[in-house]
Design a protein around this ligand. Sequence first.
Ligand code: ADP
Ligand code: MG
Length: 259
Amino acid sequence: MGKIIAIANQKGGVGKTTTAINLSASLAALDYKTLIIDADPQANSTSGLGLNPKEVKNSIYECMVGLAGISESIIATELPNLEIIPSHIDLVGAEIEMINLANREGKMREVLEPIRNQYDFIIMDCSPSLGLITINSLTAADSVIIPVQCEYYALEGLGKLLNTIKIIQSRLNTKLVIEGILLTMYDLRLRLSNQVVNEVNSHFKNMVFDTIIPRNIRLSESPSFGIPAILHDAESKGSISYLNLAKEIVRKNGLLETV
Ligand code: ADP
Ligand code: MG
């Protein structure tokens, strides 16, 4: 059964989308059949994988409000093992439309159930909010990755996120675990980056991934080409670091590395 991982942090610009795209691409490159779900109305994962969010017919929004079937909403990408369910701006409206639905926090889980067997991993890129769509993603997920940027105020808002995760664990999804805290945009030359690494490690100890994602130009420019960094420059530090993260997750989950 496919493992569902949400990438969440209500803080914007911490590397959620970069992680969703490049972790998914790396898992696919390791031969794991992977689906990325763009659960952010800003649709950055959608455009980052070469689709125009204004032109997508079905998005995760249509699936959740019952306007489209999940299977007909899956789109292939440039990578053979990677598929996407895109987003578009209407996802904002879905939060309001869903308020009166029965099981409104469990819609994502419901729509994913029939397809999860077709994948090894399903990765969800969450929006920078703790609204209903993110709650749906966390309710559907087996685990959550929390990207933390190696910057000032790195830990700001983390308490609130961890508290939300606790509430979801107790009320909506008892299976949910924290896959790990991921340090992103690390700059070796900056003392601040090193301070954040030390601070996060001392606060959260074994919750932190061994892999640290460096600040790397290939990671920031590849979305403009509509491809993951691994297809843009597989040898770049950014591509290699996300491949290492994928391997770390594969190992942690007791799966065999295929390459
Ligand atoms: P979020 O989805 O949390 O808002 P993004 O993944 O969109 O964050 O990242 C915010 C910005 O930082 C984007 O412009 C992205 O290209 C850039 N970025 C993210 N991670 C890295 C990195 N490791 N190196 C360089 N730029 C990065
Ligand atoms: Mg994003």
